[in-house]
Write a protein that binds this ligand. Structure first.
Ligand SMILES: [Zn+2]
Length: 450
């Protein structure tokens, strides 16, 4: 969400308080990583968020004694419930005691509504629910007695984390975990905007990886709207955010799932077809794109030198001095904290719009990561006239995201195979059309990436 809209909503929307990260995460000294909830404002004005909380898109039902939904047991929930959470006298919900059950229930609504607000702004329109043929609103169930959580057709229902012995850990309600809620909403967003493969012949391997990656990216971009989280990220790294060797620089934030996912250094040759594993190089390529755009802005504003930017980018396989790079970032950041933050938030908003434009145009059928790369380049042309094309290409090339060896995109056409020579040789002519192709040598893949 743009900085301007965020400021405007803070004046007109309904206030809640939520924790940027789960309360059980602690610093090295044992104190909470985020000890205080941060005030967030959702777009419906006071009065439009009614008891529940509920609005025109979603509603909380604090079910009592409910079993998880399954194939035969689906929404709407009609069983016993706790009373709905009531707004304060001004219509806000920021009066709730963080130790109360009402606070947990309100957190679930505020998180999902906030993430939806953020992404609807990037899409520039309403995101309609993929289940709108059956239900008008999303049902949110915050605290069922279950050591798991799930999203499904028309609902999100959340239980608790597990103790080491597998029993329910009531100190870890999933509904207070911003990452998990945002990730699950990300799946709904992809169902709504990209859809699902139509053909039973489509194995959907990259589609599955894209789904998990999108869930994480929806969460990462949304979490970069918490000022406390952005401040901590920049204070720890001084803006040296590229992912290679990144985790040791983010200190205690490396305990958070989102940061671990974003700062991964995996390439396609490191992962298998399992969707979560396969998502990591794609998420890394896209997060790196944001970081490179951030650093480009720092160079443009003369906050870091082009030379430092190049040095920090070309890390893999080189013998550059990582400590010197960090020292140079620290020197550049000190005294320019606000300017660094503004550049990072601008890069965040570019990434949000880039992804929204990409997902709006992406076909789910026989989807490949290389197809996503092409859609991202198209989206960048739409948004910036192609200013960031070189950055996007480089970030994806490093992750080894390229056409698959059997892609028809790699087929070479000679004058002979095209029948444009005066006397085509019979064997070469037969190779044209849709005959099985011989994989191109590795060198020609490289050429196509540029
Ligand atoms: Zn997922």
């Amino acid at each position: 969400m743009s900085l301007e809209l965020d400021l405007r909503l803070a004046e007109t929307g309904t206030r809640f308080r939520i924790f940027p990260q789960p309360r059980f995460l602690t610093k090295a000294d044992g104190t909470p990583l985020f000890g205080e909830p941060e005030t967030v404002t959702v777009s419906p004005p006071p009065g439009a968020v009614t008891a529940g909380p509920a609005d025109d898109r979603m509603f909380v039902v604090d079910a009592v004694g409910k079993l998880p939904y399954n194939q035969f047991f689906r929404p709407p929930y009609t069983g016993a419930t706790n009373p709905p959470v009531q707004p304060g006298p001004e219509g806000h919900f920021d009066h709730l005691d963080p130790a109360s059950r009402d606070f947990s229930a309100a957190t679930m609504y505020a998180t999902v509504r906030r993430v939806l607000d953020i992404w609807q702004d990037y899409f520039g329109r309403t995101i309609e629910w993929h289940f709108s043929t059956a239900f008008a609103k999303l049902e949110l169930i915050p605290l069922i007695e279950w050591n798991n959580a799930q999203s499904g057709f028309g609902f999100l229902e959340f239980g608790f984390g597990r103790t080491p012995t597998g029993t329910i850990d009531h100190t870890r309600p999933f509904c207070e975990n911003f990452d998990v809620l945002a990730h699950e909403l990300g799946h709904s967003l992809i169902f709504a905007e990209v859809g699902v493969p139509a053909s039973p012949l489509d194995e959907g391997i990259d589609y599955g990886g894209m789904h998990e990656s999108a869930g994480d990216l929806v969460a990462i971009v949304a979490s970069l709207h918490f000022h406390s989280l952005v401040d901590m990220l920049l204070d720890n790294t001084k803006g040296n955010l590229l992912t290679i060797n990144g985790l040791d620089r983010v200190g205690e934030l490396s305990d958070t799932r989102q940061v671990r996912i974003a700062l991964n250094a995996l390439r396609m040759s490191d992962v298998d077809d399992e969707p979560h594993n396969r998502s990591l190089p794609l998420t890394g390529a896209i997060f790196d794109t944001m970081v490179e755009v951030f650093q480009q802005d720092l160079v443009d504003k003369k906050l870091i030198s082009e030379e430092l930017r190049t040095r920090s980018t070309n890390l893999p396989g080189t013998a550059l001095d990582l400590e010197q790079i960090q020292a140079d970032f620290t020197a550049a950041y000190t005294g320019n904290e606000a300017a660094f933050k503004e550049s990072l938030l601008l890069a965040r908003d570019y990434l949000g719009r880039l992804l929204a434009t990409t997902w709006s145009d992406l076909s789910p059928d026989f989807l490949t990561y290389h197809g996503i790369l092409r859609a991202l380049l198209d989206a960048d042309r739409t948004l910036t006239g192609g200013v960031n094309a070189a950055i996007i290409r480089a970030c994806f090339a490093w992750r080894e995201i390229a056409p698959v060896p059997t892609s028809m995109l790699l087929r070479q056409h000679t004058l002979t195979s095209c029948g444009l020579e005066s006397t085509p040789a019979p064997a070469a002519a037969a190779a044209d059309g849709y005959a099985p192709m011989i994989p191109a040598p590795r060198g020609s893949h490289q050429n196509l990436r540029r």
